[in-house]
Structure formats: C-alpha cells, structure tokens
Design a protein around this ligand. Structure first.
Ligand code: FAD
Ligand code: NAI
Length: 471
C-alpha cells in the first residue's frame, strides 16, 4: 500500500461495476474504498433495475398463468386475486436482501464504504460528501440514468408519467399504459402490467422493436407480444405528453412526418434509453473529456486519458448491462493490481426477461452478412422452432426458436439467438462455446440432456449443416 495516499483504489459508484471492482481489488490485497451516494449499495441494478424488475416479472408471470388461461390449460382451475401490495413487498424484500448482501461482502472483504456524492478535486483527490479521500487509482463506475424525452416530464410520485423506477412502484394497475420505446425496459415492464390487467400500447420510433437484436428475432418477438395483447405503434414519434389530473394525453406523429394523433392513457412509461452519469463528477478538474455520446472513453485495460483514473460499466461505451459492468469490474481491478484483466466485448450475452425470454450473443445475421462484405453465401444459418422441441411442447410453450449463425467457410459460430421460455439460461452455453471458438458442428455433436429446451440449440446447430432430426 502506498502511504502517500489514503487508499490504493477508490471506486466511485457501487453498482455491479463498482462493487465488483472494489471487492476484487480488496481480494487482490489493495486498500480499497467505494463511494456511493445512494442509501444502499448495488447501484441501478440491485435497487431499481435488474432485481426489482425480475421480482415483478416473476410474480406477474404466476398471476398471468393463473388469470389468463395457462394453468387452466393444464387442468388447474383457480380464480386468482391480485394483492399488489404484497407483490410489491416481496419485490422490496428481494432488493433489501441483495443490497444488504453487498454491504456484508464489503465488510467481509474490508472495503470501506464512503457515503456521499463524489467529486474530483484532482486525479488522486476526491471529495465524498464532506470528506476528502486520496487514492492512487480512481475507478469511475457511476453508471447511467434515464434519458429524458423532450416535452415529457417524468413525475414518479404522481404515477402518471413515469420512468422505469416509477413503473416498478405503481400502487394500482393502470387501465391503459402507454410505453414510449419498444426496447428492453418497455417490453419487460409493459409485460408486467399487461399480465396484471392493464391494456398496454407500445410506441416505437423505429420500424421494429428491440433494435440491435437479430432481425428474425425482432419480428417473432413482436408477433408473440401482440398475441399476448400488447399493441404496437411502430415508426411513430411521441412529440409531447400533457397531464390533467390522473390522465395523460400523448401527441404523436409518424416518424417520417405527417399528421399528428393523440392517445389517452392513465400511465405513460418513458423508456427510450439511458445516458451515462457524469454530471457533477468534476471531470473538468482532471481534464477528462467525454465522447459525442457523453461517455468516458477508455483503452482495452479500462484506463481513461487521465493517468490513475479508470472507468467501467454503463458510463463507458458498450452495452449497458450488469454482467458487462461486473466483468469490467473484475478486469479493471486485476489491471490495477498489475495482472492482465480482459473482457471479450464481442461475446456479451443480452437477455430480455419477458415470457418467453429473448436472448442473443455475438453477431446478428445482418451483422454477419455485413462483415462478410454483403455476401450472404458466406454466412450459414440454422433455425429450430420451439414447437418441435419436446419439452417446450409438453410445457405448453410453443413460441419461439433458436437460431445459430455460423461462418460458411469455417463453420465457426458467429452468433446465437433464441426466443424460448428459458432462453436467458440457454444462452450461456452459446457464449461459452463461442469463447472456445466452437463450430456449429461442435454444438451439434455435444450431448444435450433430453427432454430439455436446450436440445433446440443442438438442433439449430444441426440445422446449420442442413440435418436436424426433429423437423
Ligand atoms: P449503476 O448500477 O448505475 O451504478 C452506479 C452507482 O453510482 C449508482 O448507485 C449511483 O448512485 C452511483 N453514483 C453515481 N454518481 C456518483 C457520484 N458522483 N458519487 C457517488 N456515487 C455515484 N442489466 C442486465 O444486465 N440485466 C437486467 O435484467 C437489467 N435490468 C434492468 C432493468 C431496469 C429497469 C434498468 C433501469 C436497468 C437494467 N439493467 C439490466 C441495466 C443495469 O442495471 C446496468 O447495466 C448496470 O446497473 C450498470 O452498472 P454500473 O455499475 O455501471 O452502474
Ligand atoms: P433501449 O435502448 O433498450 O430501448 C429504447 C427504445 O426506444 C429503442 O427501441 C428506441 O428505438 C426507442 N426510442 C428512442 N427514442 C424514442 C422516441 N422518441 N419515441 C419512441 N421510441 C423511441 O432502452 P431502455 O429500454 O430504456 O433500456 C435502457 C438500458 O437498460 C438498455 O440499454 C438495456 O441494456 C438496459 N436494460 C437491460 C435489461 C436486460 O438486460 N434485461 C432490462 C432493462 C434495461
């Protein structure tokens, strides 16, 4: 430990990036502190993101199965009654348990939690609340927050126009919820309230939902959500929302321009993306500039342009995902300790936790063809429908498919995409196979247990060679 500084490492932000970086740094023998302005540790993910949204998704899935016919189909007749207060209570319990768990891990690993907002004085001196902390290395892991939409004022307390945080806390099921943005948050939280009884309309600026995902997956996902009762207005731009009492009126127009129309709602969820948290951090004091998207740029080791200052997670480029932030947290700590911490940004799975789940890793078909100079013959695709998977069929889960994208010359797997009830769990094997440089044949000749949804992955890989068994 360098006696010139209070700490070897000060991490700013205790989200999945920051808390993991702090714990790993401490494990590596570095004297470590972590500044966090929130009352609890865990960042967006544990407090208002991944965890509470999954708690509501899981609970609402049970309700949906009971209320909307899935249980009845299997011979279970029930008349469920929603106790929304209790559903919220179990969500809060999940959050409390996990954020408390991080506090325990900090104590166990001797990471000092500095409570308060951090502001740089210079590259090695940070004010946290009233305290001044010096550190040889400072890791910026301040995460992200909701991107505001012009002319739309979010007021989570009023529960009429809300962001994701407000949408987790609604005290009653809206009659009509309009979701602005057909991305991950809109579809997950829209699904929660649809299952609990709301009519849900999703307004998306682009001509398809879930930008960034494989084209076939995007289309199939929308078909499934539509069947579940979510209405979509694609290629539509929201130009403003006015609120009167507990009712909102949205004005919208075609994205390409044209006649305006209005839509009434008693709840509007703004979910058009998130932006990096850099305001008030005092970056000007250390001369650190942001890129055009207001992100902090780093090199492969997560060093910023300022010596001794590192950055990870949602505040740097790349997908805004908890597991990406966590892996960067481990890597940055290892790099600070003089080891070699690497994150393979080409293989980061992404999962939408709807029913069924939607997951992918690596290149989309469109990206693979583009990388091959537009030559479709250089890319092979194998697809297998869940309808033909014995387990999914037996479970009354016929929707979706698995798709394996491979390089034609080498058979190397470039990407895997899936819509299937447990797609989020299934995608891990695809990520691992790709890390090992697998060919589709490697996956096809790996024995998969029967009957499992994962057999659809094996058969999709067999389909790359044109020879699945079950279709
Ligand atoms: P954050 O988790 O945002 O943490 C940053 C922390 O830094 C915050 O606690 C903040 O208070 C603190 N901070 C900021 N500035 C300062 C300062 N100056 N001083 C002190 N503290 C500061 N990702 C997934 O992978 N899976 C999911 O299922 C998923 N679900 C999500 C659901 C929702 C509703 C939302 C909003 C996000 C979801 N995400 C999910 C995204 C995930 O939450 C983020 O990618 C992840 O939290 C990023 O981690 P991070 O450590 O970079 O930042
Ligand atoms: P997003 O980027 O996933 O989706 C935003 C959507 O809004 C896009 O489809 C975009 O085209 C659309 N949009 C943008 N401006 C619009 C406008 N003016 N009108 C209508 N539509 C508009 O962002 P989202 O859903 O807010 O999520 C933010 C981040 O949180 C994501 O980057 C995601 O990675 C992360 N997250 C991850 C989850 C997961 O991993 N399961 C769950 C929830 C969030």
């Amino acid at each position: 430990s360098d006696t010139q500084y209070d700490y070897d490492v000060l991490v700013i932000g205790a989200g999945p990036g920051g808390y993991v970086a702090a714990i790993r740094a401490a494990q590596l023998g570095l004297k470590t502190a972590c500044a966090e302005s929130r009352e609890t540790l865990g960042g967006t993910c544990l407090n208002v993101g991944c965890i509470p949204s999954k708690a509501m998704l899981h609970a609402s899935e049970y309700f949906d199965a009971a209320a909307n016919g899935a249980m009845e189909e299997m011979g279970i007749e029930v008349s469920p009654k929603l106790n929304l207060d209790k559903m919220h209570a179990q969500r809060r319990d999940a959050v409390k348990g996990l954020t408390g768990g991080i506090e325990f891990l900090f104590k166990k690993n001797k990471v000092d939690w500095k409570k308060g907002r951090a502001t740089f004085q210079d590259a090695h001196t940070v004010k946290v609340g009233d305290e001044t902390v010096t550190a040889k290395n400072v890791v910026i892991a301040t995460g992200s927050s909701v991107t505001p939409l012009p002319n739309v004022e979010v007021d989570n307390d009023k529960q009429v126009v809300v962001d994701s945080t407000g949408a987790l806390e609604l005290a009653k099921v809206p009659e009509h919820m309009v979701v602005i943005g057909g991305g991950v948050i809109g579809l997950e939280l829209g699904s929660v309230w649809r299952r609990l009884g709301a009519k849900v309309t999703c307004v998306e600026f682009l001509d398809e939902i879930l930008p960034g995902m494989d084209g076939d997956i995007r289309k199939e996902a929308r078909k499934i959500f539509k069947k579940q009762g979510i209405e979509f207005k694609l290629s539509t731009k929201v130009t403003g929302v006015s609120v009167e009492g507990d009712k909102a009126t949205l004005t919208m127009e075609p994205a390409a321009g044209g006649d305006a129309e209005t839509l009434e709602a008693d709840c509007v969820l703004v979910s058009i993306g998130r932006k990096p948290n850099t305001d008030g951090l005092g970056l000007e004091a250390i001369g650190l500039e942001l890129n055009k998207r207001s992100q902090i740029e780093t090199d492969h080791d997560f060093r910023t342009a300022v010596d001794g200052v590192w950055a990870i997670g949602d505040v740097i480029p790349g997908p805004m995902l908890a597991h990406k932030a966590e892996d960067e947290g481990i890597a940055v700590a290892e790099n600070i300790a003089g080891q070699t911490g690497i994150v393979n940004h080409a293989i980061i799975p992404s999962v939408v936790y709807t029913w069924p789940e939607i997951a992918g890793v690596g290149l989309t078909t469109e990206e693979a063809i583009e990388k091959a100079g537009g030559d479709k013959a250089k890319v092979k695709v194998g697809k297998f429908p869940m309808m033909a998977n014995s387990r999914a069929k037996t479970n009354h889960e016929p929707d979706g498919f698995v798709k394996v994208v491979a390089e034609a010359d080498t058979d190397r797997v470039l990407g895997v995409w899936a819509i299937a009830v447990p797609a989020g769990t299934m995608i891990a094997q695809a990520a691992q196979a790709m890390e090992f440089g697998a060919t589709s044949e490697d996956i096809a000749y790996t024995c998969h247990a029967h009957p499992t949804h994962s057999e659809a992955m094996k058969e999709a890989a067999m389909a790359v060679q044109g020879k699945p068994i079950h279709i």
